[in-house]
Design a protein around this ligand. Structure first.
Ligand SMILES: [Fe+2]
Ligand SMILES: [Fe+2]
Length: 320
């Protein structure tokens, strides 16, 4: 499979699992096309053509033409210069590796991370938070993320991949969409009497069990094992990074009792206490593993020969 084909399929699987209806995504892509037509010559130089077909600004091919033939990928959660050097070392010891796939963004995918965050407005609207409120709370948070990342040294890993001549791409929100859907279907739709039962259900998932065995289990960060869950949601699994803390209050008002999340900030924990919302922090990296495994299962069906190696926090678990 060519690199571009592989990456395109990842995006398409992300769209199929997206909280937004496909027609909304098509409208966003069409808007980008209309915008491109109206650009001056100078503006056109800065236009990101990826936006014409890929709705996930935090996922892209960071190094490579797309024409590379891919038979073996090595997959990691975070891939920076040191990880790329490790890959180069493995290659020089005789390992066949055609490309590196990361989960978390680097380079331009990181620079544009905040642009995927509006997905969270749709996610919250799905659990009863009005879109207008979701949006006006999200915009200042997006600006904060944009400013914070703006100061980073963004293109180091990209340059390392170029120098080492290693095709390098990442798949962030497409994979996170799949883990969100998985949690909604396999956990949130079930009836639990207390938070301990939820923890037990999470421990049935191989990725959480594997991480728990290594000392990184899902934990209750607000509430107790005997707390009643109330309405259970998984609103913090996709959409780039944490939303605004005010989203906790909004969800409480919308009748949410327990939130499954990947990482809890101190401020959102304060909000959860204030508004009596239970929080279960599902191990972040184990959760990211689930998303990557689910999307790789889909690719494996289409490309039976693709070999997947694991590093940087990723462990391949195949599902039927
Ligand atoms: Fe993730
Ligand atoms: Fe993550």
């Amino acid at each position: 499979m060519k690199l571009q084909k592989l990456f395109t399929r990842l995006v398409e699987h992300g769209i199929a699992a997206d909280p937004r209806p496909k027609k909304d995504i098509d409208r966003i892509l069409k808007k980008a096309k209309d915008k491109q037509k109206k650009l001056s010559k100078k503006e056109a130089e800065l236009f990101d053509e990826e936006r014409l077909w890929n709705p996930y600004s935090d996922s892209r091919i960071t190094n490579g033409t797309g024409n590379e033939e891919i038979k073996t990928i090595i997959v990691g959660i975070d891939v920076e210069t040191a990880d790329l050097m490790l890959v180069d070392r493995l290659i020089s010891k005789g390992e066949k590796i055609d490309a590196v796939m990361a989960h978390h963004p680097e380079g331009r995918a990181l620079a544009d991370l905040e642009k995927v965050m509006p997905i969270q407005i749709d996610l919250l609207s799905g659990v009863g938070v009005p879109e207008n409120r979701g949006e006006s709370l999200m915009l200042p948070r997006m600006e904060r993320i944009w400013r914070a990342i703006h100061a980073d040294n963004l293109y180091r890993a990209e340059r390392a991949a170029e120098l080492l001549n290693i095709p390098f791409f990442n798949c962030h929100t497409p994979a996170d969409n799949l883990v969100w859907r998985f949690m909604e279907k396999n956990i949130c739709s079930k009836k639990f009497h207390d938070l301990e039962e939820i923890l037990n259900a999470l421990m049935e998932i191989p990725e959480y069990k594997m991480y728990a065995k290594k000392g990184n289990p899902p934990i209750i960060v607000n509430g107790s094992k005997s707390s009643r869950p109330g309405k259970l949601v998984a609103t913090e699994f996709t959409g780039g990074t944490n939303g605004p803390e005010e989203y906790i209050e909004e969800q409480a008002k919308a009748g949410i009792g327990t939130i499954l999340t990947m990482h809890v900030t101190e401020k959102s924990l304060e909000k959860a206490k204030e508004h009596h919302v239970n929080f279960i922090q599902c191990s972040h990296i184990a959760s990211d593993n689930i998303g990557l495994n689910l999307i790789l299962d889909k690719i494996a069906k289409e490309e039976k020969q693709l070999k997947v190696l694991e590093f940087s926090g990723f462990n391949r678990v195949k599902r039927k």
